[in-house]
Design a protein around this ligand. Structure first.
Ligand code: ADP
Ligand code: ZN
Length: 637
């Protein structure tokens, strides 16, 4: 080791002897190169995207800021440098509930990993600390609140830190949607360990968040790696909401029967009702929200990770940092509050790269409700403006007649061409000149105010336009209005679509507790004939059938019918094995590996070498079992 190596200077008295004196845990050979570690440990052939460059930067002692979409492969970017450098990689991760799985997955490939958090008993904690000090850990996961303490820093300083990895780094952004105060203290690591490389990673970053991460975490000298945020395997679809539970059930039944998925709703009550409805209709669904007992939540999360085909109906409290790679769909049954949140949530689908769906149902009521929430929120004006801007961007995405992906990526400052894998690309919506209907509607709103000093919500306005007698229209003698019945040419549903789009375009405003409608200044331009209005026609059926359940996907890959059966046999074996070991199925093997085995039908250990996802440790642990399943299923000759 050259004397200028920062670690040598920092911790000359590192206890290599202690590691050597523990025969149960021999120090592993460190790897000669990143490629060797990738192949031997993880069983992968090549790096993805910028992984190689990021690893080189870190392994060489430099800092990095990494913006990469979910499923892009962020973990390897700090795991492999931790294997290449002397000492232990310290990983700051906000969700202690998931540390166990992350560590299990690493142990399964033979990496010496452990975590420290408040859920451990003192004995376990002491032995992890011991292992760290003895130099027997490649990776150590720590919660941010812990790392903020002086005590923890002194403890780490007694051992040998290879690097710091700060995961979910957008949590440091005070203006973001996921702020965690504990992250602010992480900037100090730079002063305390000036020679230890640091890497900050996130899947959510607008330009502003990117800048905040860089400054608050003191990463001024870092190299920046910004990947494309595109997730081409996710099909984006937004439908008009009418009977949302039935629509959701339909969507799951026709496209994702038996698949794992997440359904997001805004309220706790909705998650429970929806989960019960799905259960009653044969979908294996569970509710998840912050009001449930911690034990129940932990069990639900664990079942979601471990069992095949569970659907969790959750508030946004669920899902952050969940590493489950085979979530096949993410459905939103309420309008998300921001594009950032929406993109992060939908990004939890399809981390394994297989076809997946992001499905959102949205309607007039969502717009009214969210505007009301913003109006009545306790924050100051600036805060309300920010929330309103977030909502406007979300509405623009919902109402666009152009490619959803182009709209999404441009929100993150990236330009792209129409994708061919979103609803507007697959079934382009027509747009029509809605100026006249808009004028009829605005005129009704204005007349009610001027002539009667009244304001009403969408329901009453639409009844007036359609000339529909109800107790309420009679009570107010609305049939005497000049606009009574002038909109009989459009259906109820079409008029609600017009209201929704005028709200989205800022031509109408909805105010007060009852969502009463008022015309905005921009709306006045339409009424005076100085501005035209273009509206989106909802296609009859926006659904396409290009995404499929896992089993269908296997059937449609290049597997023969016998191969598909073998794939199912391998899945059954995996399920058994995972249950015995008490780990999620994907920690044993991912679907991609099982498909590759089903296609290559290896009948010896040698034939397994080189199959994606099978590294040295897994070959040793499961090689014989795989060969047995393959041979029993498809005997040679
Ligand atoms: P992220 O943290 O960016 O969401 P992960 O690190 O969890 O993504 O990686 C997503 C999936 O891709 C994991 O199943 C991982 O094992 C796999 N993966 C990562 N890098 C590679 C690679 N170079 N080759 C093959 N698979 C990879
Ligand atoms: Zn598209």
């Amino acid at each position: 080791m050259p004397p200028e190596d920062p670690h040598f200077a920092q911790a000359p008295a590192r206890a290599y002897a202690a590691a050597a004196a523990t025969p149960a845990r021999p120090a592993p050979a460190k790897f000669a190169s990143a490629a060797e570690a990738l192949h031997t440990v993880f069983g992968y052939e090549s790096f993805r995207g910028e992984q190689a460059a990021i690893i080189e930067q870190l392994a060489g002692g430099g800092d990095a800021v990494v913006l990469m979409p979910t499923g892009g492969g962020k973990s390897l970017c700090y795991q492999i440098p931790s294997l290449l450098r002397e000492g232990t990689g310290i990983v700051v991760s906000p969700l202690i509930a998931l540390m166990q799985d992350q560590v299990d997955a690493l142990n399964a490939v033979g990496v010496r990993a452990a975590y420290l958090n408040s859920t451990q008993d003192p004995g376990t904690r002491a032995s992890v600390e011991q292992a760290y000090l003895a130099g027997e850990l490649d990776l150590l996961y720590i919660a941010p609140e812990r790392l903020g303490t002086e005590q923890a820093k002194q403890f780490l300083a007694r051992g040998h830190v290879a690097l710091f990895a700060i995961d979910e780094a957008h949590c440091v952004s005070q203006w973001g949607h996921d702020f965690r105060p504990d992250y602010l203290a992480l900037g100090e690591l730079a002063e305390r360990w000036p020679d230890v490389p640091r890497i900050a990673l996130t899947a959510t970053a607008t330009d502003a968040t990117h800048k905040e991460i860089t400054s608050r975490l003191h990463l001024q000298r870092a190299a920046h790696f910004v990947s494309s945020f595109d997730r081409p395997n996710i099909q984006y679809r937004i439908v008009e909401k009418n009977e949302v539970r039935k629509q959701l059930l339909d969507f799951i039944r026709t496209e994702h029967a038996g698949d794992a998925g997440i359904v997001y709703a805004l309220s706790r009550a909705t998650t429970e009702k929806t989960a019960a409805f799905l259960q009653a209709n044969g979908v294996n669904a569970l509710p998840y929200h912050a009001g449930l007992d911690a034990g129940v939540r932990a069990r639900t999360q664990s079942r979601f990770l471990r069992e095949d085909g569970i659907v969790v109906v959750a508030t946004i409290a669920f899902g952050m940092g969940i590493d489950k790679p085979d979530v096949r769909f993410v459905a939103h049954i309420d309008l998300p509050k921001s594009v950032e949140g929406y993109y992060q949530e939908t990004g939890r689908a399809g981390r394994d790269g297989d076809p997946s769906t992001a499905w959102l149902a949205y309607g007039l009521q969502d717009v009214v409700q969210q505007r009301r929430m913003i109006d009545s929120s306790p924050g100051d004006i600036a805060h309300k403006r920010r929330m309103a801007a977030h909502l406007d961007a979300m509405l623009a995405l919902c109402e666009t007649v152009e490619c959803r992906r182009v709209n999404l990526l441009s929100y993150f400052g990236q330009s792209s061409a129409p994708c061919g894998n979103c609803d507007t690309c697959l079934a382009p919506p027509a747009s029509w000149d809605g100026t006249v209907p808009a004028q009829k509607l605005l005129s009704t709103v204005v007349r009610l105010r001027r002539e009667r000093n009244q304001s009403f919500g969408a329901g009453q306005i639409v009844d007036i336009l359609r000339g529909k007698q109800t107790p309420r229209t009679s009570q107010h003698k609305h049939e005497a209005l000049a606009t009574w019945g002038i909109g009989a040419d459009l259906s109820d549903q079409q008029w609600r679509g017009v209201v929704r789009q005028l709200l989205a375009q800022g031509l109408l405003a909805s105010t007060g507790d009852y969502g009463t409608l008022a015309m905005t200044d921009a709306g006045a331009e339409v009424l005076s004939g100085n501005r035209a209005v273009s509206l989106r026609t909802e296609p009859e059926r926006t659904a396409s059938r290009s995404t499929r359940s896992s089993k269908q996907a296997a059937a449609l890959s290049d597997l023969s019918p016998a191969g598909v059966e073998l794939f199912e046999a391998l899945r059954a074996w995996r399920s058994e094995t995972a249950k015995e070991l008490g780990v999620p199925a994907y920690i044993v093997f991912g679907d991609a590996t099982l498909r590759a085995v089903a296609s290559a039908t290896p009948r010896s250990l040698a034939a397994l070498d080189g199959i994606t996802g099978i590294g040295a440790k897994k070959l040793e642990a499961y090689g014989d079992a795989l060969v047995t399943v393959v041979s029993a299923f498809a005997p040679a000759g």
